[in-house]
Design a protein around this ligand. Structure first.
Ligand SMILES: Cc1cc2nc3c(=O)[nH]c(=O)nc-3n(C[C@H](O)[C@H](O)[C@H](O)COP(=O)(O)O)c2cc1C
Length: 188
């Protein structure tokens, strides 16, 4: 059975550097016969979690916020793997990505153990010199801690330095790493 991969783009730049890395992951996954769907988070209406805890109550029917996340919950459950692509904004992931992550708090109300064994790939771009000075590591650590905590399977993380949209293409090493990560995501 073909693996289903859901790509979540967390930059407002549709053709930005993190989106390009996600596209490379997509190419790799498709080369291994995966079916890929891409969601541009910035184009969706996704409100921040309001901490009502409705989703945590016994017998909960899900998140109380009726917005585009409702459709996304079903896609997230259906997918075998997720790709989360984000730029570094203020030494961490973008707000669009973080709001999405917070709203995933409600996912267990839609399916028991929704994260268990879910395969995850991360793609990040930063304008600074290196992953430490740029703050990229803060986001990478957040993803590691979050997906470790919920027992998802973090298959790999690709990240590279680029400021202008499209600049990441000249980094052949990270472009190849992203392609390989996509293949791995679809194969495992
Ligand atoms: C609001 C904002 C905040 C940013 N903060 C950082 C930062 O803290 N560290 C950094 O290295 N680059 C920072 N950048 C630069 C972006 O990370 C860089 O341009 C990256 O390539 C954007 O990825 P994208 O093309 O996928 O949007 C910032 C850019 C913006 C617009």
């Amino acid at each position: 059975m073909a693996k289903k991969v859901l790509v979540l783009l967390g930059s407002p730049r549709r053709k930005g550097n993190s989106a390009i890395l996600a596209e490379q992951i997509t190419r790799g996954a498709k080369s291994a016969k995966a079916k890929v769907e891409t969601i541009y988070l910035h184009g969706k209406t996704i409100a921040p979690c309001k901490a009502c805890f409705t989703c945590q109550k016994i017998g909960s029917k899900g998140c109380s916020i009726q917005d585009d996340m409702q459709e996304l919950y079903l896609k997230l459950i259906d997918a075998d793997a997720w790709v989360i692509a984000s730029p570094v904004y203020w030494f961490n992931m973008s707000a669009q990505t973080k709001i999405f992550m917070d709203r995933c708090f409600a996912l267990p109300a839609y399916q028991a153990d929704p994260f268990l064994g879910k395969k995850i790939a991360i793609a990040m771009a930063y304008g600074g010199e290196d992953p430490f000075d740029s703050g990229c590591v803060n986001a990478l650590r957040t993803f590691q801690d979050s997906f470790g905590y919920i027992e998802a399977k973090l298959v790999g993380m690709v990240y590279g330095s680029a400021m202008e949209a499209g600049q990441i293409r000249s980094n052949e090493k990270v472009m190849q790493e992203a392609f390989n990560l996509g293949k791995k995501l679809a194969a495992e």
